[in-house]
Design a protein around this ligand. Sequence first.
Ligand SMILES: Nc1ncnc2c1ncn2[C@@H]1O[C@H](COP(=O)(O)OP(=O)(O)O)[C@@H](O)[C@H]1O
Ligand SMILES: [Mg+2]
Length: 358
Amino acid sequence: MARVLIENVTKSYGKTEVIHGIDTVIEDGEFIVIVGPSGCGKSTLLRMIAGLEEISSGTISIGERVVNDLEPKDRDIAMVFQNYALYPHMTVFKNMAYGLKLRNFSKNDIKQRVDQAAKLLQLEDLLERKPRQLSGGQRQRVAMGRCIVREPKVFLFDEPLSNLDAKLRVQMRLELRNLHKRLKVTSIYVTHDQVEAMTLGDRLVVINDGYAEQIGSPIDLYERPATKFVAGFLGSPSMNFIDARISADGRMAELPGTFSLALGSDVTVGQEGRAVTIGIRPEHFSLAEEEQSAFSLKIDHAEFHGADTIIYGRIADNDRLLTVRLPHRHEINLEKHLFLAVAPEHIHFFDQKTGKRI
Ligand SMILES: Nc1ncnc2c1ncn2[C@@H]1O[C@H](COP(=O)(O)OP(=O)(O)O)[C@@H](O)[C@H]1O
Ligand SMILES: [Mg+2]
C-alpha cells in the first residue's frame, strides 16, 4: 500500500495548458474520487498518475518514490477503464491469470492469487466460463480481478461504471466500496457523476477547468462548498442561486423585487450593504403560512419522484426560476402560489464576481 503525493502538477498539450497546478495528498488506503464535468481534466490527471501521459511540470510520488520518469509497469498501479476488454476466447481464470503469466509467475503462485481474487469477488463458480457467458456485472468483476491478482499499491479507475445500466451501477458501487473495505488499497476514482462521487469517496477532489476547486469529505463539500461552482455541481437538483443585497443593518438579504430573507445574526458581520449571490438547496425550502413565508412562488410544473416532489416555479415578483424539493407526495395546485420559507442556516453566500464563499 502507498500514499500518492501530487505536487503542483501541470499538463499542457502544445501551447494549451489543461491542468493548472494541482496539489493533493491521497493517504495510504484512502478512496479518493476526482469529480468534475466532462473535459475538465480528470482523465488527464489520472493518466499522469498512471504514467500514460507525460507530466509537464510538478511531481507525482507513489509511496516513497517520485514516479515522473517511471514506466507505467514499474509504478505498482493497476488501472480499470470504462472499456475493460476481456479476452473473449479465454476463460475467466485465464483472463485473470494472463497478466501474471506474462510476468513469469509460477503456476502455483498464479493459481493461488486467482483463487483468492475469485473468492473475494465471488467468481469462484464462474472460473471456467467465457466472457460471453457472463452478465455485465460479472464481467466488470473479472476486470477488477485481473487488477487485484497483481496486488498493486494503487488502483486507478476511469469512469469504470459508465457503460452499465442504472441498477447495475448502484450494485457495482456497493461492491466497489465493500471490496475497498476488505483490500484497503489506495484508490483513485474518476467520474463525472456527482452521485457516484458522493457515495464512493472518503474525500472528493472537485475539478473545474483544470483547477482543483475544493478537496474534502462529501459532507464538508455539500454543507460548506468553497465556491459557487462546487455548490452548483454537487447535489441534484442543483442549488438555486439568486443575486441579492445584504441590507444596511445586515439582517436581511434583499431579493430583486419586494421580498427579502431573514438572515442569521453572525453570517453577515462586515458584509452590510454588499451585493452577493445567495445559494439555497431545493430541499431547504419549507412550506409556510403566508405571514411566516419569505416569498411566494408561481408554479410552472411539478414532478412526482416517488420519495419526493420537485417543483419548478418563479418567485412571484421577480420571475427568478427556482427549484424546490418537498419530501413525500404533494398534491400541487398549479393555480395557487406556494408560500416558502428558508432557515437562515441554510443560506449560502458567494461573492458575485469571484464565486468564492463568503
Ligand atoms: N491528447 C490530447 N491532445 C490535446 N488535447 C487533449 C488531449 N487529451 C485531452 N485533451 C484536452 O484536455 C482537456 C481535458 O481532457 P480530459 O482529461 O480527457 O477530460 P475529462 O476526463 O475530465 O473529461 C480537454 O479539453 C481535452 O480536449
Ligand atoms: Mg475522462
